[in-house]
Design a protein around this ligand. Structure first.
Ligand code: GLU
Length: 409
């Protein structure tokens, strides 16, 4: 998907063939074996990966995911998307992504800590505050980032908070990082409703995924007066045209860790969630959930891509035909709030000077607003889909930086 999307952009920007590989190929791809002691006394080995896409604009930046799907290809695609995302937002980073092939729910807390520490320890030769800065992604959280930071720091002999972002506020994290992706999604949905002259008050939304991104997006949209008519995670899907009680769902998910068990009456078929009639659909879980068939059946006015890569290139071709009906906020714009506040966290850690939440939010909205305005202007000027416009802005920025720096030696 990442390659196919890039070719579309490279054709649109008329990038010569011999320049394309330099832009697309990852600089480094690392695979490590992470052995850990299990609670039963046995040893298990998990495969870990990290792909650093380019180092042209500064260190690389991106999350670490713990999921059974993780492989080098998935991580590479996600690293490439991080590059365009950071460039679009104007952050001084290249993209990276990493992960461990594991179902974190199959580990005890002690095993999870052991695996987190071993993964970071294996990565020490390849990461650093000026080389590659990790963050949370699917299956990891603030606690995992705190273990990463501690492990790296113990090897350095001093506390190096700026080695990862998305840490707890208690250990060098920033106010507002945990909520940043979800809040950013809601902010951009707000900008989209303005453009479409829709009133968010009383508009309806469905949200797929109820982790850190989906749950905060749902709560933030609800605060804007949007009625959440459907939510799902990997354990359950609930639909209620009258509107779900988001605060109750959040409490349930906080207690149980999953949505299962919240209600029997409202249970629905998860494959029906995204195609519900609604104003706003937010895929905020995994890649490739919108294929050509679902794209044809979408009945939302705004598609806000909270996940990375939720829409396949085939689905994109359908959505391009339906441009007047479905307003797409592409992933690299829609979920950029997370990495933008990660950048703020890194800057605060480097300066040992911390901002309050209002300042973080203010700056976040400013950066998102600037990116949104640029994407809209580009899409309008060249009559291209929003995804093409967003990616083109990102690719152009990296391309220009590579051109002026030239090739060494
Ligand atoms: N994992 C998040 C993403 O995909 C955040 C990355 C970061 O904060 O560096 O954008």
């Amino acid at each position: 998907m990442a390659r196919e999307q890039f070719q579309v952009i490279a054709d649109y920007l008329a990038i010569p063939e011999d320049e394309r590989d330099r832009l697309l190929y990852p600089k480094r791809a690392i695979a490590v074996a992470c052995p850990i002691h299990r609670d039963d006394g046995k040893t298990s080995v998990f495969m870990g990966f990290r792909v650093q896409h380019h180092l042209t604009l500064g260190p690389t930046k991106g999350g670490t995911r713990f999921a059974p799907s993780v492989d080098i290809g998935e991580v590479a695609a996600l690293a490439v998307w991080m590059s365009w995302k950071c460039a679009l937002a104007g952050l001084p980073y290249g993209g990276a992504k990493g992960g461990v092939r594991v179902d974190p729910r199959s580990l005890s807390l002690r095993e999870l800590e052991g695996l987190s520490r071993r993964y970071m320890q294996e990565m020490i030769p390849f990461v650093g505050p000026q080389t590659d800065v990790m963050a949370p992604d699917m299956g990891t959280n603030e606690q995992v980032m705190a273990w990463f930071m501690d492990t790296y720091s113990m090897y350095q002999g001093q506390t190096v908070t700026e080695i990862v972002t998305g840490k707890p506020v208690a250990s060098g994290g920033t106010e507002g990082r945990r909520e940043a992706t979800g809040r950013g999604i809601a902010f951009l949905v707000g900008r989209a409703t303005e453009r479409l002259q829709m009133n968010p008050m009383g508009a309806t939304a469905v949200v797929q995924g109820f982790g850190n991104v989906g749950s905060v997006a749902a709560a933030s949209l609800a605060r804007m007066g949007v009625k959440i008519v459907g939510v799902s995670d990997h354990t359950a899907c609930y639909i209620d045209p009258k509107g779900l009680d988001v605060a109750a769902l959040e409490r349930h998910a906080a207690e149980r860790g999953v949505l299962a068990g919240f209600s029997t009456e409202l249970l629905a078929d998860p494959s029906e969630l995204l195609v519900q009639p609604c104003d706003i659909a937010v895929p905020a879980a995994v890649e490739r959930v919108i294929d050509a068939d679902i794209a044809t059946r979408l009945r939302c006015r705004i598609l806000a891509e909270g996940a990375n890569g939720p829409t396949t290139p085939d689905a994109d071709r359908v959505l391009n035909q339906r441009r007047g009906e479905v307003f797409v906020i592409p992933d690299i714009l829609c979920n950029a709030g997370g990495v933008i506040v990660s950048y703020f966290e890194w800057v605060q850690d480097l300066q040992h000077f911390f901002w309050d939440e209002a300042e973080v939010l203010n700056r976040l909205n400013h950066v998102l607003d600037r990116a949104f305005t640029r994407v809209m202007a580009r899409a309008g000027r060249d009559d291209v889909p929003h995804r093409t416009a967003a990616m083109a802005i990102g690719v152009e920025k990296v391309r220009n930086a590579k051109q002026v720096r030239g090739l060494f030696p």
